[in-house]
Design a protein around this ligand. Structure first.
Ligand code: C2O
Length: 526
């Protein structure tokens, strides 16, 4: 992958963007389960950068995971680094993206992990496959947008459009016609849908057609039909589309979800599904676009997601728990000398706003460099919580590079409780290095006596990114079977920037063990 700058025009306006190989979105990485992937990334851009293989387990290869200052120092302009990892026990759609600053706005693309040769999909074989990458576009420079926001203490400007495979919807007066999905009557298509947007939960809908969801985050699901896909930043959803009309043009809508819209309006973008042999100027079938606050739709979608849990693909949900953690996730306000109102928005996990170190945590761990992080991340919030309803007095955060240590091979349950104190926002939480099972979710305060009795321990969906609903909670379980340091953060880039992130150290207590491979010789230094 060559990271190169490219002048690009969208929405009647041009700017220079970082791209991989001159493309936006970037190229698709195709591989099969079991393959070893080797990618040399050369940085011809003007920012430090890293590439993250979002959702790839990286068993034993934490060095190739990619988050800047967590597992590696960034690749500086003029430098390169070879990412090498093996795809084990996963098949389906994932994405790769830059993992430093807000570079993933334009540095992202699809990862397709096909089943092993000779292994069929556990659903009817589609005739064709299509990749659908949803993203956001700012007319101005994305790094400038966030820098300005960080200095002023205000939220940044929202994007100017959503894009579908790089195309905003048709804009009057601009030449863009939007993206067209060409299909042929009678065929079945596998759509690999990726939300690569920085900050928006999205709805995806095609007029007149249902979709059958068969896989999310490279893990098979029980098939279910829906007319709307709900997808958070970092998530992927693979669905079958039956082209069961003869001819015609059907609108595709990509619209934002925010269950309490806070007066900032993002655009709905439109694309078109077009049947082969459709004559010019046909009538276009419209779709009803979900309202921005269509919360019930998100609940229906989430409730329908189940692991396939077949003989071949069992759901191995941990039934006993070694580490039981309770994390509050949310946005708060902290004093700020340089900010316009004397305060700024911060985000935190258990009231700790994560401070990025200046050398990579995994390197500090491996080479036993002291003073880079502490292992005292709290297992519970500092005060007993009642974060829904009346705001508690304590919204104050502390800063720190604090990690939570998980025993190698231990089992973990995390209840993620959304605080919704300052901003009513959902937090699509992403864990590096492991998938997890989503065993429960609900609104209001998590009740430790009642709620665990309702957990699904049979066929919960397995994924790497899960929304924590506004003013609600989500419980996840996983086995910490991957040694190293693993980032966990909100995949809304704004919230990550504000500090909604933390990291786990997985080891057996004696420092790096042989299950973590030694660092590659070209690993960048800080
Ligand atoms: Cu897709 Cu840490 O991110």
């Amino acid at each position: 992958m060559q990271v190169v700058l490219k002048n690009t025009t969208k929405l009647c306006s041009s700017k220079v963007i970082p791209t991989v190989n001159g493309k936006f979105p970037g190229p698709t990485l195709y591989a099969r389960e079991g393959d070893t992937v080797i990618v040399r990334v050369t940085n011809h851009g003007n920012h430090n950068l890293t590439i993250h293989w979002h959702g790839v387990k990286q068993l034993g290869t934490g060095w190739a995971d990619g988050p800047a200052y967590i597992t590696q120092c960034p690749i500086q302009p003029g430098q390169n680094f070879i990412y090498k990892f093996t795809l084990t026990g996963q098949r389906g759609t994932l994405l790769w993206h830059a993992h430093h600053l807000w570079l993933r706005a334009t540095l992202h693309g699809a990862i397709v992990i096909l089943p092993k040769l000779g292994t069929p999909y556990p659903f009817p074989t589609p005739q064709e496959e299509r990749i659908i990458i949803l993203s956001e576009w700012w007319k101005s420079d994305v790094e400038a947008v966030i820098d300005e926001a960080t200095q002023s203490g205000f939220p940044p400007n929202v994007s100017d459009a959503h894009t579908i495979n790089g195309h905003p919807g048709p804009v009057p007066g601009c030449s863009s016609q939007g993206f067209t999905l060409h299909v042929e009557s009678g065929k079945t298509y596998l759509l690999r849908i990726i939300n690569a947007a920085l900050n928006d939960d999205l709805f995806f809908k095609i007029a007149g057609h249902n979709l059958t969801v068969v896989e999310v985050d490279a893990s098979y699901t029980k098939p279910f039909q829906t007319d709307t896909i709900y997808i958070s930043p970092g998530q992927t959803t693979t669905a079958l589309l039956e082209a069961n009309k003869d001819i015609g043009k059907y609108l595709i809508s990509v619209s934002p979800f925010m269950d309490i819209p806070i007066g900032i309006d993002n655009f709905t973008s439109i694309a078109t599904l077009r049947y082969k042999y459709t004559p010019p100027n046909p009538t276009t079938f419209l779709t009803s676009i979900p309202p921005q606050n269509a919360t019930p739709l998100t609940h229906t979608f989430i409730d329908s997601l189940r692991s396939l849990n077949s003989k071949q693909y069992p759901a191995n949900v941990p039934l006993t728990i070694d580490h039981s953690l309770f994390f509050t996730v949310g946005v708060g306000i902290n004093p700020c000398d340089t900010c316009v109102n004397g305060s700024k928005l911060v985000a935190s996990v258990n009231n700790v706003s994560f401070v990025m170190p200046t050398i990579a945590l995994l390197q500090a761990y491996y080479y036993r460099i002291k003073g880079v992080y502490t292992l005292d991340f709290p297992a519970n919030p500092p005060n007993s919580f009642n974060y829904t309803g009346t705001p508690p007095v304590n919204v104050q955060t502390t800063n720190g590079t604090r990690l939570y240590r998980l025993g190698y091979n231990s089992t973990v349950q995390i209840v993620l409780q959304d605080t919704a104190i300052i901003l009513p926002e959902s937090h699509p939480t992403h864990l590096h290095g492991s998938n997890f099972f989503v065993v429960g979710t609900g609104l209001g305060n998590f009740d430790p006596d009642k709620d665990p009795k309702t957990f699904n321990l049979i066929d919960p969906v397995e994924r790497n990114t899960v929304p924590v609903p506004t003013g609600g909670w989500t419980a996840i379980r996983f086995r910490a079977d991957n040694p190293g340091i693993w980032f966990m953060h909100c995949h809304i880039e704004l919230h990550t920037t504000w500090g909604l992130k933390m990291a786990f150290l997985v080891d057996n207590g004696e420092g790096p063990n042989e299950c973590l491979q030694p660092p590659p010789s070209d690993l960048p230094t800080c």
